[in-house]
Ligand binder design. Structure first.
Ligand code: DGJ
Length: 731
């Protein structure tokens, strides 16, 4: 039973997988957090409450249960602003009298089979009601009339709990939500390391691990997107935690806009985590009867290190977040023309690439940026989504047919949310971009951002994109987004709602995506934001794969894909073989290693196939064949980070193991040669009793030997070299 309630003691207990989460309503009506961690048998663990801390200077509420009961020291289930808890708070509601002092007391609860969807928001879901149960606890602030429903979905067989809140105005007056995080978690210890994933364009999701410090640490974005700079995902783990040992708590925010993940360690060595929409430039007006729903946070607990944490996220996001036929269907191996041609292409050039692609076994051609309006560089035409027949002679349908006739599917690039000041759309609708009247409009990559909070803008985009997608046999859309938001104002909203624009933008984006994937259910959507600038779980709800980074250098990708793998499954990470020397780094890497590294995700090519040598073409054929052979292991198996590229900066290794543990694929990459050295790696996740054959050499090992004693690699490994070993269990 994932949810049990002791009505007498007002204890709420969630059992998600082998994790337990307990909270209790105290006699004074406050909802306190008692426990989150490995399964425990007792539910009444109220002895854990610290009722004897003398919080001198911290105010005590009149309804205190002991002379030491202060909201400032008690573990709150959902922390509020201004009523005596001085730590970071999740909720602040402004009343008509201007006060933001907010206080919630328990009202009621209900349990729902399965998991309700979040209206207008991406969220995890259940495939059948038996997969999870949802607990909704209603809290109320009687003075302001704010009613807050705390929602918890506990997944039956995964250590995962999805949380969000719904705030309703039950008063007769206007309320203003000042901040509404999606969750609070108070833990009664502080000896944690914080792991998070920071970065920049072409260097996303760098792994960083450091001990928590007293005070507040914030991992956040105010850019209007989840961003290259910080991913909406953090981990707290034991200082001694490794891949396979120790406790770890993950917090993953299913949202693509401004977010904040704030962690505070207080003077009593308690840790508070809050995660949600970034309160900077956020406010939400609630008319009487209206409600506001926050996006959800997916919390995952692991009692066995970071690997188990990742496996839980991978399973959940693969099966309970990604949707549509492409969630499980085999995705096509594609060739994208961006790094092959940039803007310099026409139909014949694309068809020539497609001809080679067809011969080599590649299954789809993707036409990237530059096919529309008058776009021959990045100075113009975003918004003018009509085909440039100077380049695409005879029109799109003619090109698609030529490509289809070669046996390839056809995919197309859009950057729907943008508008170039040099475009027909801007001439017609200069007010359609985000802007603040009287201020200059800052451009990024020479472009402005459309106001996605506007229905007329979204309708335009839906119509113009639908026209293109219905005009020919288009199998795939790459949805790009190449700048962050500034001068965030909307022409249609009154002054008192201008702070809603950031969030309304994101809601508008989700609405448009939903309309399009509903209208074109068989089209495979791939997310992109200058590479991985919007690599978040919310985008996976609409597009099961995301372009991981604009950095296609195989060595750099070892780091980027490593960081990405902590929350996101291999099936979500697009990875392509590109030209050497690499266009971003200038580094030369062997064709083989480029293939081995790109095979760690949704595989493809991003180079001019016409320029490949005979030997390279042969390698493409072999890579394509291997990817087909290993597809199910990579995309549906379990992923193991065996050697981190950060551990030594010289080499790294990872492994996939098929669900039935009969197959394993080991990849080892030497990023920089270590002189006079041989390498050693220990595998994981195998069946210790099975005998595995190294299919290339015929060598046999027991699973326990490969995992406990390990494998000495005999190959010489120079700069940028790599090996892949495929192991198959004997019948
Ligand atoms: C940024 C993307 O990440 C690239 O792959 C490419 O599509 C360019 N935009 C095109 O402008």
């Amino acid at each position: 039973m994932p949810i049990t309630v002791n009505d007498q003691k007002k204890l709420f207990r969630l059992d998600a997988g082998n994790s337990t989460y307990i909270m209790q309503v105290r006699e004074n009506g406050y909802l306190l957090h008692l426990y989150y961690g490995s399964h425990i048998s007792d539910s009444d663990v109220s002895h854990l409450l610290d009722n004897h801390i003398n919080a001198a200077f911290s105010p005590l509420p009149p309804s205190r249960e002991s002379s030491y009961f202060s909201l400032d020291t008690q573990p709150q289930e959902y922390s509020c602003n201004g009523a005596g808890d001085f730590r970071i708070s999740a909720l602040s509601v402004k009343m008509p009298n201007g006060s933001t002092s907010t206080e919630l007391k328990y009202a009621s609860y209900k349990i729902i089979d399965g998991k309700p969807s979040l209206e207008g928001l991406p969220a995890t879901y259940v495939n059948c009601d038996s997969e999870a149960k949802t607990l909704e606890i209603t809290m109320e602030d009687t003075l302001s009339g704010a009613e807050v429903v705390l929602c918890y979905t506990a997944f039956e067989s995964l250590n995962a709990i999805a949380r969000n809140v719904r705030i309703r105005n039950t008063s007769d007056a206007l309320l203003k939500v000042d901040r509404a995080y999606s969750m609070t978690l108070d833990l009664n210890r502080a000896d944690f390391d914080l792991i998070h994933f920071h970065g920049k364009h072409v260097a996303e999701r760098k792994f960083e691990r450091s001990p928590l410090i007293h005070g507040i640490q914030s991992i956040a974005s105010k850019r209007g997107s989840s961003s290259h700079n910080h991913n909406p995902f953090v981990i707290l783990c034991d200082k001694t935690a490794t891949e396979t040992f120790g406790e770890a708590y993950g917090f993953s925010f299913v949202y693509s806009g401004n977010f904040a993940s704030d962690i505070e360690v207080d003077c009593f060595d308690h840790t508070r985590v809050i995660m949600g929409i970034n309160p900077t430039d956020f406010e939400w007006l609630l008319s009487p009867g209206d409600f506001f729903t926050t996006p959800e946070v997916v919390m995952v607990y692991s009692d066995a290190g970071l690997e188990k944490l990742s496996h839980t996220y991978h399973r959940l996001y693969r099966k309970n977040l990604c949707r549509g036929p492409w969630r499980d269907a085999k995705r096509p191996i594609l060739v994208n023309n961006w790094e092959a041609t940039y803007f310099e292409f026409n139909s014949d050039k694309l068809v020539n690439i497609a001809k080679d692609a067809a011969e080599l076994g590649i299954e789809m051609l993707v036409m990237d940026d530059g096919w529309f309006g008058n776009r021959n560089d990045d100075h113009s035409s975003l918004g003018d989504w009509f085909v440039n027949e100077d380049k695409i002679s005879g029109g799109l349908d003619a090109l698609v047919k030529r490509v289809n006739d070669l046996g390839l599917k056809f995919g197309i690039w859009f950057e729907p949310e943008m508008i170039s000041p040099i475009s027909k759309l801007y001439e017609a609708h200069p007010d359609w971009c985000l802007h603040v009247n009287g201020r200059d409009r800052s451009t990024g990559r020479q472009q402005l951002v459309l106001d996605m909070s506007r229905k007329d803008v979204r309708d335009y985009l839906f119509n113009v994109m639908s026209e293109i997608l219905s005009s020919s046999n288009i199998a795939y859309v790459k949805w790009d987004f190449n700048r962050n938001l500034s001068e965030v104002g909307s022409e249609l909203l009154p002054p008192e709602q201008q702070h809603e624009v950031f969030h309304r933008y994101v809601l508008g984006l989700y609405e448009l995506l939903e309309r399009l994937i509903t209208a074109f259910p068989n089209v495979l959507f791939e997310g992109c934001s200058g590479g991985g600038g919007r690599f978040d779980p919310a985008m996976l709800y609409y597009s099961p794969q995301i372009w991981t980074s604009d950095n296609t250098d195989a060595i750099e990708r070892c780091y980027i894909q490593y960081g990405t793998s902590f929350a996101y499954p291999a099936s979500s990470m697009s990875a392509h073989v590109s030209a050497s020397p690499n266009h971003q780094t200038g580094r030369a890497t062997s064709f083989k290693t480029r293939g081995n590294v790109a095979m760690a995700g949704a595989f493809g090519y991003e180079l001019d196939l016409n320029k490949l040598s005979v030997e390279e073409k042969q390698l493409v054929k072999e890579q394509v064949e291997s990817y087909h052979k290993y597809y199910h292991i990579i995309n549906f198996g379990d992923f193991y980070r065996l050697i981190s590229p950060y551990d030594n900066n010289y080499y790294c290794a990872w492994e996939y193991v098929s669900e039935d543990k009969n197959e394993a694929l080991l990849t080892f990459v030497s990023m920089r040669v270590v002189i006079n050295h041989t390498y050693f790696v220990r595998l994981r996740g195998l069946d210790p009793t099975k005998i595995y054959v190294d299919v290339a050499t015929g060598d046999e090992y027991h699973g326990d030997t490969l995992m406990n004693a390990g494998l000495r690699l005999k190959e010489w490994m120079g700069d940028g070299s790599s090996i892949v070993k495929y192991f198959k269990a004997k019948e």
